[in-house]
Each structure stands twice: as structure tokens, then as C-alpha cells.
Ligand binder design. Structure first.
Ligand SMILES: C[S@@+](CC[C@H](N)C(=O)[O-])C[C@H]1O[C@@H](n2cnc3c(N)ncnc32)[C@H](O)[C@@H]1O
Length: 272
């Protein structure tokens, strides 16, 4: 277990959010759809029976999915409470303990991980990289843990999601429209604890990782789907959104369109 004297604000915030994270986010209709899309993309590139590194694993939803699919997963997270929730979930779901190793370890101490061999794949799902200030250092440390040619899937928060902007306008919150584009460094309250968030453009992530990783594919997720907090609205109009989801399957990777996702998924390959 990581020895820390002072809990950094991001870990504190996610510690407070951990007990309700699944009820308020993971199990809501829109996040369920987005995660399904992430899994679809990961399933295309992750090798079968991969040794997978789940960076910022949260409550372990992806770890459970991949352990169920014959992968061995190492999940790390800066939040002890997230790791505690994830361990509880693994116990409840009777996942073989030898298939998942969970550690409370922040990204800036990734170099301390001592895997038995190199990982075959890595995932940083739902905004983990938006909490990381030093993407360059992260790329260097991650690449040292991955086998040459291994895929790394990063899912970062989108900068301009039209349904979110429309919802802000509907609620009269004009000053917040496109806030993430105008203020690339901001503080977002998570359970009332301000978390420093880096609103990365995909080109910034690509450039920061370029010494070790090559970007292979990029696509927007949930481009015309309401934001997660409007999951009830999405459920009520599910048939309409099905058509929009089909459109996204075809057009979500196109330049400009892909940047309009609620999240944006980037598939990298570790350079040989
Ligand atoms: C929005 S949650 C996503 C959790 C999970 N990946 C998922 O798909 O549900 C972001 C996670 O990143 C973790 N995190 C934030 N900054 C981190 C850091 N510097 N090192 C490791 N984990 C971090 C948080 O504790 C939190 O669990």
C-alpha cells in the first residue's frame, strides 16, 4: 500500500465520491452506453488474455469486465476509497483474486509498479488523464511498463459537447458555455472538493506522448447523446437516440466531428 502523509485534493475528492460513484455515474444510462462504446473499441485492439494496466481504475468496472474475459488486470488509483470500492465489487462478483491486483498508487508514482512482465495493453478511462498535469512524464513511465506495440486507450473529457452546451443555455448558464475551451486549466468540484482539471485537446495529448506512442485512432463518444446527468431524459427518448448512436458509429471518427464527443477516445500504440 502506498505510504502518503498528506492526501492530495484529487484523491480526497474521489475518496468522497467513491461510495456513491457507481450509483451516481457508472450505473446511469448514458455512462453505461459510453462505457459500452469504450469496451467495443478496446475489444478490437486489446490482445486476448492480455495483461492489462487500468490507470485510474476507480471502482473497478473495467477491471471486472476484463477479468471476466480472461485477462489479468492491475488497477491503480490515487484514491484509497475507490480502491476499497473496487475490491468490494470484486468480492461480490466472485472474481478470482489472482486475476486482479488493485493498488492505491497515483500516476506520478507509476514507476514504482513492479509487474512480473510487461503489460500487453493499458486503459485510462473516463477523464483520468484530465487529472494528470505532467502528460509527458506519464507517457515516459507508462511506456516503460508496456510491451512494444501494446495498445493504450485513453478516454479524455470532450471540450465542446453540443448537447451539454445546449443544456447550459436552457438553464441560463451562458457564462459556462464553452468554458472548457476558454479555460484549459480549471477547478471542478467533486463532492464539493475542488479538483484541478486539465482540459486537454487531443493534439496536446498526442504531442505529449509522441516520443513513446503513436496515435492510431481517435473518435468522439456520445456526440449527440445528452450529458450523463440527463440519463433519465436519454432513457425516455431511447428510440430517437438509437438512430443518433448509429450515425455516431459511422461518423464519430471523422476530423472535427470526433472532437465533439462528451468524451473522446484515443487509441495509441507503444512504439517498437
Ligand atoms: C472519473 S474517474 C474514472 C474512474 C474509472 N476509470 C472509470 O472508468 O469509472 C477518475 C479516476 O481517476 C483517479 N485519478 C485521478 N487522478 C489520479 C492520479 N493522479 N493517479 C491515479 N489515479 C487518479 C480518480 O481517483 C478516479 O478514480
Amino acid at each position: 500500500m502506498a505510504a502518503t502523509t498528506e492526501i492530495p485534493p484529487t484523491a480526497q475528492a474521489f475518496d468522497s465520491s467513491a461510495p456513491t460513484y457507481d450509483a451516481e455515474f457508472t450505473h446511469q444510462a448514458v455512462p453505461l452506453l459510453l462505457r459500452e462504446l469504450v469496451w467495443r473499441e478496446c475489444d478490437r485492439v486489446f490482445p486476448r488474455r492480455a495483461r492489462l494496466l487500468d490507470v485510474g481504475c476507480g471502482t473497478g468496472e473495467d477491471a471486472v469486465y476484463y477479468a471476466d474475459r480472461h485477462c489479468t488486470v492491475t488497477g491503480i488509483d490515487a484514491s484509497r476509497e475507490m480502491i476499497k470500492e473496487a475490491k468490494g465489487k470484486l468480492r461480490r462478483m466472485r472474481i478470482d483474486k489472482s486475476k486482479v491486483d488493485l493498488q492505491d498508487l497515483p500516476v506520478d508514482r507509476l514507476a514504482e509498479l513492479q509487474p512480473v512482465g510487461p503489460f500487453d495493453a493499458a486503459l485510462a478511462n473516463f477523464g483520468v488523464l484530465n487529472c494528470v498535469a505532467d502528460l509527458n512524464g506519464f507517457g515516459r513511465d507508462l511506456s516503460a511498463l508496456l510491451a512494444p506495440g501494446a495498445p493504450f486507450v485513453a478516454v479524455i473529457a470532450g471540450l465542446s459537447h453540443i448537447p451539454t452546451e445546449l443544456d447550459l443555455i436552457r438553464r441560463g448558464r451562458f457564462s459556462r458555455v464553452l468554458e472548457r475551451v476558454r479555460h484549459p486549466e480549471m477547478e471542478v468540484p467533486v463532492k464539493e472538493v475542488p479538483v484541478p482539471v486539465h482540459c486537454w485537446r487531443t493534439t496536446q495529448v498526442e504531442t505529449a506522448l509522441a516520443s513513446w506512442f503513436t496515435l492510431e485512432r481517435c473518435r468522439g463518444l456520445g456526440i449527440l447523446i445528452p450529458p450523463p446527468h440527463l440519463s433519465g431524459f436519454y432513457r425516455r427518448h431511447h428510440r430517437l437516440f438509437l438512430a443518433l448512436e448509429r450515425w455516431e458509429q459511422r461518423a464519430g471518427h471523422l476530423p472535427l466531428v470526433r472532437d465533439l464527443g462528451e468524451h473522446v477516445l484515443m487509441v495509441f500504440r507503444r512504439n517498437p
